[in-house]
Write a protein that binds this ligand. Structure first.
Ligand code: AMP
Ligand code: ZN
Ligand code: FE
Ligand code: FE
Length: 282
């Protein structure tokens, strides 16, 4: 069982990186990719847990992107974590995320929702890429909502008066940078309209021309029509098809191994990588 999309406390998952690897072993996975938002901070502790857990680790990242205001997520596997232009882009996104969280908290506080930036920072792991799920956790701690889900249904949703966007690179640029860094770019949940606005096929085509390797057709947020559309488009554009859980620990209902990727597709991803960053095997 191969699951190529998970999050740890390096971003907005609820388990530290080594625990995600341990959970993957318990769930019966043979290969797991750690793909925290806009950071490589979980790579080292996750890799250190591989020998005792017996699960292979694909080191990755989920790059926040924006195409004319529409959010796009690009998964990148086995890339050189030192590639300077990408390091700069990720740092810029993380910093913008901090200001954005501060702005959202300010709007909420001005409207009588009792929450502070310090509280949000306290629920996030040290140095974690801050995201709306951390605001949700702070709201849960305050008793304002019961769960992350409840916070996202109202206060934190895209159209909420408290919503503020953050800087993110264009997805075509991100795909180019991942290839420059010797990595393999796959578009995450391409047609998950339940999460908000999605881009049209034309943008996916542009990303494919720039070097996109695959589409994550099988994702918990895709219904059967969206999966079929992604599989069909991948076929037409000569792209790989992946499936993954987007596990966030207890922060989301998604279970490890809920969606999976075939061994043949993982082999192709590995063969396309040219960074020297390899799969960490037990
Ligand atoms: P952000 O990147 O800060 O805009 O926040 C988006 C993140 O929130 C994504 O990683 C999602 O996985 C997570 N998210 C979105 N909706 C929910 C939800 N209903 N419950 C928990 N997490 C969610
Ligand atoms: Zn997330
Ligand atoms: Fe995502
Ligand atoms: Fe994700």
């Amino acid at each position: 069982m191969i699951d190529l999309h998970t999050h740890s406390t390096a971003s907005d998952g609820t388990e530290p990186p080594a625990e995600v690897v341990a959970s993957a072993a318990r769930a019966g996975l043979s290969v797991l990719a750690l793909t925290d938002h806009d950071t490589y901070a979980g790579w080292k502790p996750a890799a250190a847990a591989v020998p005792e857990c017996g699960v292979a680790l694909v080191r990755g990242v989920e790059i926040s992107c924006s195409h004319e205001g529409t959010s796009v997520h690009v998964l990148a596997y086995l890339l050189d974590p030192h590639h300077p232009p990408l390091v700069r882009e990720l740092a810029r996104s993380r910093e913008s995320r901090e200001h954005r969280i501060e702005a959202m908290v300010d709007r909420m506080a001005a409207d009588g929702i009792p929450i502070t930036l310090e509280e949000v920072r306290a629920v996030a792991g040290p140095g974690a890429t801050l995201g709306r799920p951390h605001i949700a956790d702070a709201l849960v701690a305050r008793g304002v909502v019961a769960t992350r889900d409840e916070a996202f249904a109202d206060i934190l949703r895209g159209g909420s008066p408290y919503y503020v966007s953050h800087y993110a690179p264009d997805p075509v640029r991100a795909v180019e940078l991942v290839r420059e860094a010797g990595g393999v770019p796959v578009m995450a949940h391409p047609f998950a309209a339940a999460r908000g606005r999605v881009v049209g096929d034309d943008v996916v085509e542009e990303m494919a021309s720039a070097g996109l390797a695959g589409l994550e057709a099988h994702h918990p947020d895709h219904d059967s029509a969206q999966r079929a559309h992604a599989v069909d488009l991948a076929g037409r554009l000569g792209l790989l098809v992946t499936g993954s859980s987007d596990y966030h620990g207890t922060g989301k209902a998604n279970r490890l191994g809920q969606e999976t990727t075939s061994a043949a597709v993982l082999e192709e991803i590995e063969s396309q990588a040219s960074s020297g960053v390899e799969v960490v095997r037990p």
